[in-house]
Each structure stands twice: as C-alpha cells, then as structure tokens.
Design a protein. Structure first.
Length: 67
C-alpha cells in the first residue's frame, strides 16, 4: 500500500524508518528509526551518531544493511 503524507511535524507519523536529511524535532518522541540522507550541509559533528545513507547505497546494499 502506498501513502503520501505531508506534514511539518514528522514525529506525528508512525512508521518503522524515516529517511530524511535533517534531524526531526516535534511534539512526540519518534516511533521510527531515522536514517540520515547524506548531504554536504549535514556533515557536522551534530549529526555524527546518525546512520547515513544515499539512494545509491540504499539501492545497491538494500535497506537491511543499514538497520
């Protein structure tokens, strides 16, 4: 089943994983594990503990290799 959800606060959405290019702060504690989409602007010390991915690595290795 496909779903498209538009929201400013992604913590309101339930799921297993979120792929995004920045950390998510919101009203709730996230129910999902975040995978950080790698960009030059998020290469700071603040993001050092995130699991980084690119679409190429996701397609070649599969999602299971990042979990």
């Amino acid at each position: 089943m496909r779903k498209i959800i538009f929201t400013k606060d992604k913590t309101l959405i339930r799921g297993d994983y979120l792929i995004d290019d920045k950390d998510q702060k919101g009203l709730l504690k996230p129910m999902w594990k975040q995978l950080l989409y790698d960009h030059p602007y998020n290469q700071t010390e603040y993001f050092k503990d995130y699991t980084r991915i690119t679409w190429k690595s996701l397609l070649t290795k599969g999602i299971e290799s990042f979990l």
